[in-house]
Design a protein around this ligand. Structure first.
Ligand SMILES: Cc1cc2nc3c(=O)[nH]c(=O)nc-3n(C[C@H](O)[C@H](O)[C@H](O)COP(=O)(O)OP(=O)(O)OC[C@H]3O[C@@H](n4cnc5c(N)ncnc54)[C@H](O)[C@@H]3O)c2cc1C
Length: 425
């Protein structure tokens, strides 16, 4: 609980990041106003349709040394896990160049891992605690998560990433073929080796979880505004209101957690952030005839494959494209192709099932770090966006950091690496 008079804090965006920030700010005794045009964790948000992984081992960025050699292939192969829409390429070329540069050597990867680790490490415990408070403990699964490989040599090719995880104390087990068959009998014999992140988990239904967190916040006094934030009223660096399409809302502080919608508001707060959408897709196959004990990630498809209350979800693909452009549903056919490849005995069922197809926007910076911390034009505005592939994992730590900065407490870890000002240099 804050030692000073309670503040009124406007949180912009009710995805998982805004909701976790709101919970932590409310815990300090402040009043929260949540501004969101859709339902909290609704289909409009990345937080709805992701792969459900909460993963303390998500410390490595996506851009790794040697990526530049693969980009031409990605541009030509329309069925791979990464694609750029040709017509959007000129607009994204600068971002792509920075993205590749950020991962160009292993020293940079080690630095990035050091900076990502505090955001990831406590995720399962934090989400378990929130879920218990919200009365939805059943949505948290803690059986681990497993990468599956055609064989050990493919795993060995990723040994630097796994060594890095080991250095940070991330526990994992190597699963040989017989054990893999025992754990997941339906999995195709194509996959003969697994690496299980023992302390990772899942939020079985992230949309329902976000809705439950919003109900908890409202029960504790949060005010919810069904509207879109459009700007800030500031004078000499002090914030007095957030403007919205529903009118102006007086507040002392604002947290910008609008996912892909954050860049234009960040600019008004003095920060130009190269934030683009790495669009991703999911398919959900109802009644698939398989129940996965642990979530899987096939090394060849690079997507999360998980059991959810609605069915088997395959979530992945990276498509650099305008967030407002029509989805390219062929990306979901690629995911379905992997469902058939991974579970050949069930493939017939998949052909007749009523598949839910979804596209969402990962809010991505080129250096795989979110923007968290004070805005340049006002210390009353705090950024909390840009979590790309790992926002579900990193939301609780982000919320704690933002709450500490608002409250003037010693931050739980160093906020400097996440400052939006790094892009001004
Ligand atoms: C296919 C896929 C798989 C993924 N898998 C995982 C995974 O397994 N594990 C993991 O950790 N992460 C995963 N992610 C990433 C994760 O989903 C995102 O990083 C995270 O959901 C981002 O949360 P957010 O709250 O920042 O944004 P969002 O969830 O997008 O929420 C932002 C909210 O802000 C609202 N908004 C926008 N503009 C405004 C405005 N002007 N005013 C008010 N509100 C506004 C939007 O309506 C939206 O509801 C995945 C993402 C995708 C697409």
């Amino acid at each position: 609980m804050s030692k000073d008079a309670p503040l009124t804090v406007a949180v912009i965006g009710a995805g998982i990041v805004g909701l976790c920030a709101a919970l932590e700010i409310q815990r300090d005794g402040h009043h929260v106003i949540l501004i969101e045009p859709g339902e909290p964790g609704g289909r409009q948000s990345a937080s709805y349709g992701n792969a459900t992984w909460i993963n303390p081992g998500a410390i490595a960025p996506i851009s790794l040394p040697g990526l530049w050699r693969k980009v031409p292939g990605f541009l030509l192969d329309r069925t791979g896990p990464f694609t750029v829409r040709w017509r959007d390429l000129p607009r994204h070329a600068g971002w792509l160049a920075r993205f590749i540069a950020a991962g160009r050597d292993w020293d940079r990867i080690a630095t990035s891992a050091r900076q990502r680790y505090p955001l990831c490490k406590g995720t399962v415990v934090d989400h378990r605690n929130y879920a218990a408070e919200a009365g939805v403990s059943d949505l948290i699964r803690q059986q681990g998560l497993m990468y599956v490989y055609p064989d050990r040599t493919v795993f060995a090719a990723e040994s630097r990433i796994w060594s890095l995880r080991r250095e940070f104390g991330v526990r994992f087990s190597e699963i040989e073929e017989a054990e893999l068959r025992r754990l997941q009998p339906e999995l195709s014999p194509h996959y003969r080796f697994g690496a299980r992140l023992d302390d990772a988990g899942q939020i079985a239904d992230p949309g329902a979880y976000c809705a439950a967190l919003a109900r908890l916040l409202e029960a504790r006094g949060m005010r919810r505004i069904a509207g879109r934030a459009t700007g800030f009223v500031m004078e000499r660096g002090r914030l007095s209101a957030v403007t919205t399409d529903q009118g102006s809302l007086s507040c002392d502080r604002a947290v910008l957690a609008a996912g892909i919608g954050s860049a234009s508001l960040a600019r008004l707060a003095g920060d130009r952030v190269p934030l683009i959408s790495e669009r991703g897709y999911h398919v959900v196959i109802p009644e698939p005839g398989i129940a996965l004990g642990v979530g899987l990630m096939p090394s060849d498809g690079q997507m999360g494959v998980v059991s959810t209350p609605q069915g088997l979800r395959l979530a992945g693909q990276v498509e650099l494209a305008d967030p407002a452009a029509a989805p390219d549903w062929r990306r979901t056919d690629i995911l379905l192709g992997y469902a058939r490849k991974m579970f050949p005995e069930q493939a017939m069922r998949f052909d007749t099932a009523e598949i839910d197809r979804w596209m969402g926007n990962r809010p991505s910076t080129p250096d795989a770090l979110p923007c968290i911390g004070f805005a340049s034009r006002s210390r009353d505005i705090l950024h909390a966006f840009g979590h790309a592939h790992t926002g579900l994992t990193q939301a609780p730590a982000t919320g704690k950091l933002v709450a500490a900065l608002i409250d003037g407490r010693e931050p739980p870890f160093d906020p400097v690496p996440y400052s939006a000002r790094r892009f001004a240099q």
